[in-house]
Design a protein. Structure first.
Length: 212
């Protein structure tokens, strides 16, 4: 079981910092970061805000490039001084760095800050909530995991949240309940293929535990 659990944990890991940055930097620069009022009279403000965002993006990019050698101090200073959207991306990077270095308590706390930050896109807040549960899985009962992920079952993170619920149940040897959730995942046409494959493997594993 430990081997399969490790496989699930690896599959659920966040992308490496540079991969995350490469995937998201165009989104950052593209203007989604600010709420820009679309009126001609605000063109001066838009120009200023765009310039601010480009400069902040360049600064964050440099900090990320130096993160492994210089530590997180510059990143945390950047978070404290930038706008909320750049702070969101920086916090996700910071949390990923904490995870990579085995400091899950700091990672969990950072995800909780994101989840409770007003004005942050709800999808990112839900993502942070999911990760705060995922990285605290060893310290939570299956009942606590179910409660903490319940509100995520109507979001984009539904399937991963159900997988967490199943794994937490299996850790308490509640294999029948875990298999029931995994069967739901494997039969749901909206379940991503990689997750469906994991669900099938885990169902087989947990079923074998029941038959012993």
């Amino acid at each position: 079981m430990e081997e399969i659990f490790e496989e699930v944990n690896e599959d659920l890991k966040q992308k490496q910092l540079k991969e995350f940055w490469e995937e998201n930097k165009n989104w950052i620069i593209g203007g989604v970061l600010g709420s820009i009022i679309a009126t001609a009279s605000m063109s001066g403000y838009r120009s200023w805000e765009h310039k601010r965002d480009v400069n902040a993006t360049a600064k964050l990019s440099h900090i990320v490039e130096e993160l492994k050698t210089s530590g997180t101090d510059d990143l945390e200073t950047f978070i404290a001084s930038t706008n909320k959207n750049h702070a969101l991306i920086a916090r996700l990077i910071l949390a990923a760095n904490f995870v990579e270095n085995g400091d899950t308590d700091k990672a969990i706390n950072t995800y909780k800050i994101i989840a409770n930050t007003k004005g942050v896109d709800k999808n990112y807040k839900n993502y942070a909530k999911f990760l705060s549960v995922k990285y605290n899985l060893d310290n939570l009962s299956s009942d606590e995991v179910a409660v903490k992920t319940k509100e995520l079952l109507n979001t984009n993170w539904k399937h991963l949240s159900l997988e967490l619920q199943a794994v937490s149940l299996a850790k308490e040897n509640k294999f029948a309940n875990a298999a029931k959730i995994l069967n739901m995942l494997s039969s749901d046409p909206q379940t991503p293929n990689a997750l469906r494959g994991r669900a099938i493997k885990l169902t087989e594993l947990y079923s074998s535990k029941l038959n012993k």
